[in-house]
Design a protein around this ligand. Structure first.
Ligand SMILES: C[S@@+](CC[C@H](N)C(=O)[O-])C[C@H]1O[C@@H](n2cnc3c(N)ncnc32)[C@H](O)[C@@H]1O
Length: 211
């Protein structure tokens, strides 16, 4: 419902980098393709209750407007708090998928027939409730894009980081930089030793401690 939220997102350096390296992001507003009059996209819930529900015919029309009768996206993902929790493994799976469509809900949520018939999968960015799917879509897009070539300045940054295979799925080890001593708070000596094997060992051990 709010594609303009993404203007900030696409302006970010790592997102711009990924776009310059061939990734594409497109945004669609349900209101632009709704078959209903007056830009209507939602309706009151059957059975009563608070809030409004995004209609299945509106979401279907949006997908058709975006993809026509041609091949659709490889994976249509509905964003919802009740979905599969997003983690690094799922992000890697998504990064290996050539074309994703992220469906953002609003209001009370989305007619369940979207999940049953239009979406391939439902993903949650965490066990809490956001006001809309836009921030959730940005979280998904961000973690996926940073795994794609060209996004990060240093190609190794996304290979060895929290939850990656390189760290056996554990959180990343701690980082330190200058000054080596500050208010009596010392950086670990091993990191200043120049002994690469010892540094590596220390980092893996610290990472495992955090698992
Ligand atoms: C206010 S929420 C609806 C919450 C819903 N009534 C419930 O209790 O689960 C509106 C939309 O925000 C998005 N959303 C909210 N929290 C989310 C989360 N943790 N993960 C993914 N999407 C979320 C979904 O697209 C959802 O349809």
């Amino acid at each position: 419902m709010f594609p303009e939220w993404f203007e900030w997102f696409v302006g970010q350096r790592h997102v711009r980098n990924a776009l310059e390296h061939g990734s594409e992001l497109s945004f669609f507003n349900y209101r632009d393709s709704t078959p209903l009059t007056g830009g209507q996209v939602d309706d009151s819930p059957y059975g009563g209750g608070a809030g409004m529900v995004l209609r299945v015919d509106v979401v279907d029309a949006a997908l058709r407007a975006a993809y026509g009768d041609g091949p659709g996206p490889a994976r249509v993902i509905l964003l919802a708090p009740s979905g599969r929790p997003l983690d690094d493994r799922l992000a890697a799976e998504l990064a290996a998928t050539p074309h994703l469509a992220l469906l953002c809900g609003r209001y009370e949520g989305v007619d369940e027939r979207v999940r049953d018939h239009l979406a391939d999968e439902t993903i949650s960015v965490g066990p809490y409730v956001l006001s809309g799917g836009e921030l959730a879509a940005m979280v998904v897009a961000d973690t996926v894009l940073r795994k794609l070539p060209g996004s990060l300045g240093h190609v190794d940054s996304a290979i060895e980081e929290s939850f990656s295979e390189a760290l056996e799925g554990a959180p990343e080890y701690p980082h330190y930089t200058r000054p080596a001593s500050y208010r009596g708070w010392e950086a670990p000596e091993v990191l200043l030793s120049g002994d690469h094997a010892a540094v590596r060992e220390w980092r893996l051990a610290e990472s495992r401690k955090r698992a």
